[in-house]
Design a protein around this ligand. Structure first.
Ligand code: CJB
Length: 821
């Protein structure tokens, strides 16, 4: 007899019961004495109970209907906090708030108990998180695969203005959202050597022998969509030692030695590499990549074999695999190994299956971010995979390349999977393009540059494989959750459907002319600024006025993103205020949030410089409230959710051609923060959507950058030609800000002696002029608020639901499968 289901209703009383039950029976706590954290855990578990039922239903229906599923392979997922998102997406926010309220608990206070799940560095990882939300929302059968890092992105602190990193033990106390799935544990091989064997019919077969084994334990995190019953999962692999990892040593009595090996095995999923857009070529990183790829592919193949008795040629009709950048590209030779070595398929058949299964998203053109693995390292860690890559390469160069460009060794050199100059390296980007049926860029400009520059020869060979899929963000987290007040105003004004069809936001357009609507919109912004001002006071000890213009640059610290260009303008303004104290300048607060890779010396020097300038400016009585500079420590998703709704101006000032897309630009525009930006990445498309009169564009275009470089760019020319600029740079690099003139010489040298690789000096005047225009516009508040509303109204294109539906249609050929109640 099936037992009666427990009460998993959505009413206030049902939720109250569930929370109390979890407090008592899961946590062993009394309602009267439970800690705040206990209440938070019990609430998460009550919600998880309701969600899990739909996760099981979704999985069952997807399996039974035999539909194709997409498997998103990503080394990073920057999820942030889950409780509020899950509550709002599942429509349980109000009833849960009321249930807790009756028990004397404030839901909003509990939400702050949740540590961020920061398993990513920046845009790429956050994009993966937004995509997971959209996949469930639009009812697509999907699984996200990644690594269960014990330590996420480091916690940042400033000591004397300098960045100091601390480990981020996000799940030291466990996490109520994740569920272990030991029955799906996988074993992964590493190292060893390859031997030739022959089967019964005399056919040669490669065997990978004398390997070390590693176990992968999967943890599932349910992903709740908005107003949908689809609950997909994010499956994260934790590395464990094989039980008989060093059994012999153990048996010989070396108990401690055996445990040392266990510790080594577990380092594989210990920590996220903290580099954004740069690769370090470390063995552990390659092992991490292979570990999660091998576990994930084994899991996908297991499901294929359990679910159907189909020939392998049908594999792509059941499984699409998306490579989130080249980080999981070793999946291509791994699938070949499975098909050829383990399943005995002929090479050509296996290759066809691979290409039909995989698709690849490129996220950057930066040369230092293009992954290459030294052949010797690759050979030691993955000897069989290297052989497979060599064979793919040989067939490719002698086949398609030779056919198109007979005898052209230059083309072969450029297209080869192996870089031969300055040592031998495996080029993961070339492998990714070749091993998949689709390669996409993440904004229109970026895709054009991929086709014209980075992959020009591949594009000439396979033009149909390239396409653009402009990034998007989930409007649930980036409006509904982080700005419920604006979300409510929008819903009251145009109805609720915009949450699932973001294009409907356009219906707000006419309301920009309504003074009453403008007043309400402006009040919401100001209320958020009051909240942020309090955070700034608490975190930075700086008092700022919510009536100042909040000018925000939040993103990873990278030279190409040009936080130092922002700094040049700040110091220029500082000087102007001192020179001309009565100038009509609207008070401004410059707000930064950024982490620098721990080994990125110049990025850290820029952080220090911003903090040093901030300390001076904020304490200079001659400046007063006119100018404040704050660098909020430990930028992360949950802090972004506080900053974004409170921002007036969004700094998107990368050197044209360097930022593939940007997604912070979309979040800020959606929340009515006007962009000051270059024609780079998705800024180009934001301008198209909001109209050039509602954005502040400045600086060189991609073509002008190319032309300037071809002519020979010399920053000294700009330095000598522009007195303001000269004074600014000299001032920053003097002893004025820290008492030590040596402190910011690295920054000065990079801008002048080392050729200013990101053209800050070339764009300086144009940027300063655009900032003056911002100041003038802000003084006309009616106009400014109108522009802000039009930004909110016109950025519907940047919903990740749109992006994901385009992937489903153009790349994955995936059906939407609604799940019933
Ligand atoms: N990106 O965050 C990363 N990490 C990388 O290693 C390479 C690129 C970023 O990806 C975002 C999502 O596509 C882009 O919006 C952003 O421009 C890019 O820098």
């Amino acid at each position: 007899m099936t037992p009666a289901p427990c009460d998993l209703g959505n009413s206030k009383d049902s939720l109250k019961n569930s929370i109390i039950n979890h407090l008592r029976f899961t946590l062993g706590a009394y309602v009267e004495s439970a800690s705040k954290n206990d209440w938070w855990v019990a609430t998460c578990l009550a919600i998880r109970d309701r969600v899990m039922d739909h996760a099981t239903k979704s999985r069952t229906l997807h399996r039974q209907s035999g539909v194709r599923r997409v498997h998103y392979l990503s080394l990073e997922y920057l999820m942030g906090r889950l409780l509020e998102n899950n509550l709002r997406n599942s429509g349980l926010y109000e009833s849960t708030k009321a249930a807790l309220g009756e028990m004397g608990k404030d839901l909003d206070a509990l939400l702050d108990c949740e540590p961020d799940m920061g398993l990513g560095n920046g845009g790429l990882g956050r994009l993966a998180a937004c995509f997971m939300d959209s996949l469930s929302t639009v009812n697509l059968p999907a699984i996200g695969y990644g690594i269960h890092y014990e330590f996420g992105l480091f916690r940042q602190e400033f000591v004397n203005g300098k960045q100091v990193e601390h480990p981020d033990a996000w799940m030291r106390d466990g996490s109520p959202w994740k569920i272990a799935r030991p029955s799906y544990r996988q074993t992964v091989q590493l190292y060893g050597r390859v031997v030739q064997k022959f089967d019964d019919c005399g056919h040669p077969r490669s065997e990978w022998v004398e390997t070390k084994a590693l176990l992968g334990l999967p943890w599932d995190i349910p992903i709740v969509g908005y107003d949908s019953h689809t609950v997909n999962v994010l499956r994260l692999w934790q590395a464990q030692a094989d039980e008989d990892f060093n059994f012999q040593v153990f048996n010989e009595g070396s108990y401690v030695e055996a445990l040392r090996d266990k510790a080594i095995a577990e380092t594989v999923s210990k920590v996220l590499y903290p580099n954004d857009s740069t690769e370090s070529g470390k063995e552990l990183r390659l092992v991490q990549q292979y570990f999660f790829v091998a576990c994930s592919l084994a899991d996908i193949v297991r499901r294929f074999k359990v679910g159907y008795t189909l020939p392998w040629s049908e594999f792509p009709s059941k499984a699409a695999i998306q490579l989130n950048d080249t980080h999981p590209a070793v999946a291509i030779p791994e699938l070949m190994r499975i098909l050829v070595d383990l399943e005995g398929l002929p090479w050509n058949e296996a290759w066809k299956i691979c290409q039909e299964t995989f698709a690849y998203t490129n996220h950057t053109l930066l040369p230092e971010a293009l992954e290459m693995w030294s052949v010797s390292l690759f050979e030691r860690v993955l000897p069989r995979h290297l052989q497979i890559i060599y064979q793919i390469n040989q067939l490719f160069l002698e086949g398609d390349v030779e056919a198109k460009w007979p005898g052209d060794s230059e083309k072969k050199r450029s297209l080869s999977l192996i870089e031969e100059r300055g040592g031998k390296y495996v080029r993961m980007a070339n492998l990714s393009v070749l091993g998949s049926h689709a390669t996409n860029g993440v904004a229109a400009l970026h895709t054009r540059l991929l086709c014209e520059r980075l992959f020009a020869d591949f594009y000439a060979l396979y033009p149909d494989r390239f396409l653009n899929l402009t990034n998007g963000i989930t409007f649930r987290r980036w409006l509904d959750v982080c700005n419920p007040q604006l979300s409510a105003l929008i819903t009251e004004t145009i109805g609720e459907s915009w949450k699932k069809n973001a294009d409907l936001l356009r219906n707000l357009d006419p309301h920009a002319d309504d003074p009453a609507f403008r007043a309400r919109y402006a009040k919401i912004k100001r209320d958020h600024k009051v909240v942020l001002a309090k955070i700034i006071e608490d975190e930075c000890g700086v008092t700022v006025s919510p009536d100042a213009l909040f000018d925000v640059q939040i993103k990873r610290l990278h030279e190409y993103k040009r936080q130092h260009l922002n700094l040049l303008n700040i110091v220029t303004l500082y000087r102007e205020i001192l020179d001309n104290p009565n100038a009509d300048f609207h008070p401004r607060v410059f707000i930064f949030g950024a982490k620098a890779a721990p080994g990125y010396f110049l990025a850290k020097n820029i952080i220090h410089a911003i903090n040093a300038v901030a300390a001076k400016v904020n304490n200079d009585p001659r400046v007063g409230d006119k100018l404040k500079v704050v660098f909020l420590p430990n930028y992360r998703v949950s802090l972004a959710e506080k900053i974004i709704p409170a921002s007036d101006l969004s700094e998107q000032i990368s050197t044209a051609g360097k930022e593939a897309s940007g997604t912070g630009n979309m979040k800020l525009a959606l929340n009515g923060s006007l962009t000051i930006g270059t024609l780079d990445g998705a800024n180009v498309e934001i301008e198209e959507e909001v109209g050039s009169e509602n954005i502040f564009i400045f600086g060189l275009t991609v073509e002008e950058v190319t032309e300037l470089r071809a002519k020979g760019y010399n920053p000294w020319d700009y330095y000598w030609a522009n007195e303001k600029l000269r004074n600014t740079i000299d001032w920053i690099s003097s002893d004025y800000f820290t008492g030590n003139a040596e402190e910011f010489q690295p920054l000065r040298r990079s801008l002048l002696d080392h050729g200013d690789p990101y053209l800050c000096l070339a764009d300086y005047q144009s940027y300063v002029d655009a900032q003056a225009k911002v100041d003038a516009t802000y003084k006309d508040q009616d106009k400014w608020v109108k522009m802000a509303i039009l930004n909110t109204a016109r950025v519907g294109k940047f919903s990740s639901d749109r992006t994901i539906l385009q992937y489903a249609e153009k790349v994955w050929n995936l059906p939407q499968v609604p799940i019933g109640e």
